[in-house]
Design a protein around this ligand. Sequence first.
Ligand code: HEM
Length: 142
Amino acid sequence: MYTGLLHLHSILRYVVLILVLLSILQAITAGNKPYTPANKKVNLFALISCHLQLVIGLVLYFMSPNVDFSKMSEPTYRYWNVEHISMMILSIALITVGYSKSKKAIEAKAKHKAIYVFYTLGIVIVLLAIFTMKDRNPWWNM
Ligand code: HEM
């Protein structure tokens, strides 16, 4: 169960990255164009993929042998104990705020702006969290 969830969580990162980047791209290039149902769908699927990642991450957090508070002095354990979870929850919160602001905004321009501002902040933190993974940094461990 742990291995299966870890694989799922690992693969889902690419879904999150692609959908969030797609949302940002369509919001940045929208200019004065309307906020279409297709725009909304991509933004919503990006949000759902993040929330799915949150749920799987929470389950993993209580199963993982790499989450161990008795080894806080070791960088790898500290990463999985506190750094990964805090950075990822912050990024998912930002993306959630962005989606809800875009929903509340009246004008199309304001809807697109809420998406590119908050989704960009969120994705930057996700990428930082991925590239600072202590034991499996994708820069040298892909
Ligand atoms: C957008 C959000 C997230 C992304 C992109 C993400 C990405 C990743 C990646 C790439 C891994 C490594 C998978 C592997 O070793 O193959 C991982 C592992 C893990 N993540 Fe996340 N994660 C996210 C959110 C979260 C959240 C919110 C939590 C906790 C509540 C969490 C908890 C964990 C745990 C416990 C592990 C496994 C550590 C281990 O046992 O090796 N993740 N995550």
